[in-house]
Write a protein that binds this ligand. Structure first.
Ligand code: F6R
Length: 242
């Protein structure tokens, strides 16, 4: 694991954008595994800025997103499909046909999860997977559990995740109760992993993920077993490192 410490969120975003664009420059048809949430917004803004300057070209890039709420339509402004179009896809020259997000409108979980897992395989796997981390150590929507889920699956969201996400909805009651997510096995198959973390509220989870025992109780701790992980985190997020 390589850990880059940055002074603040802006520097974290720039460093992460640097790593992603280096990947795209060295392999223009890279498969990027992408994430949503508040952490990557600054990184996406930075990529768009460099795209506008002519420094990065997304014309051959392919993407697969980590997760999506089950039951939300694509045009719902809280769907991850909507998020990705708003923050990245609609702002750069990526071919929309080359972008993939689990289909939250497909109510047959087994069918959708099998389709998504196969799709990733058919693309030749993920070259670089971007991750954020939840305060409980989750990655994707892989919540603390007593075993690691291997492949793309449907999860029941925990109360703490519903609580954390309700800021995006009119009320906690509007937060979907289920989501589709790549499994831990799917994530671990990515050739490279880029974990970005900011803020003191993530410091405990990050310290446990990097230095604690590898346990499904802290899903991100599995990253200790991946051979190419880069963590870009600001000082606040690194403040609980032993
Ligand atoms: C998002 C995702 C989640 C987030 C995590 C952190 O696609 O899979 O695991 O990365 O919940 O979210 P933020 O960045 O909002 O703190």
């Amino acid at each position: 694991m390589r850990i880059y410490e940055t002074a603040n969120y802006e520097e974290m975003s720039r460093k992460a954008a640097n790593i992603l664009s280096a990947q795209v420059i060295s392999k223009p048809d890279s498969v990027l595994g992408l994430a949503t949430g508040s952490t990557p917004i600054g990184m996406y803004d930075q990529l768009v800025e460099w795209y506008n300057k002519g420094d990065v070209d997304f014309s051959e890039v392919k993407t697969v997103n980590l997760d999506e709420y089950k039951g939300l339509a694509r045009d719902n402004d809280q769907s991850y499909y909507y998020f990705m179009h708003k923050h990245l896809f609609d702002r750069v020259n990526i071919n929309p046909d080359n972008t993939n997000v689990p289909d939250g409108t497909q109510m047959d979980s087994e069918k959708e999860c099998a389709r998504y897992e196969k799709l990733i395989e058919s693309m030749g796997g993920v070259d670089i997977q971007l991750l954020g981390i939840g305060r409980n150590g989750h990655i994707g929507f892989n919540e603390p559990d007593n075993c690691f889920a291997k492949t793309t699956h449907c999860v029941d969201l925990t109360e703490s995740t519903i609580e954390a996400n309700k800021r995006f909805f009119a009320s906690a009651d509007d937060v979907p109760r289920q989501a589709y997510t790549m499994g831990i096995g799917t994530i671990m198959k990515a050739k490279k992993i880029l974990l970005i973390v900011n803020g003191e509220d993530k410091a405990d989870a990050l310290a446990k993920a990097v230095y604690g025992p590898v346990t499904p109780e802290v899903p991100a701790s599995i990253l200790q077993f991946h051979n190419d992980v880069v963590i870009v985190a600001d000082q606040a997020a690194l403040s609980k490192m032993p």
